[in-house]
Design a protein. Sequence first.
Length: 106
Amino acid sequence: MLLGVNTVDSHPQEVLDTLAAATADLFQGASVTHIENIFKKARGQEKDTQHYFQEMFIFSENLLHVFMRSKKYPGHVVCYVCRKNANPGMVLTKARMGMESVAEAV
């Protein structure tokens, strides 16, 4: 479920709904869950401990997408989108800095 959007561009609801569904697949899809469980098993962790994947970068033709799982609410993921020419290190730093305030808003 998409909880909120803050954007400078206008997007059709269909695009936002698709982003929410794709984000859920990225972090909770069967293949990803299977990979997480394999990594946990290899490291001697319980299957039901925290999620293995916390952050993902996706570079599209024009944009950079950062998907970050909330530490406070592991079932929630935030997606930041910016222009592709942005510095990925700076984007990640700023995204991490903003996660606490996003979690507090929930």
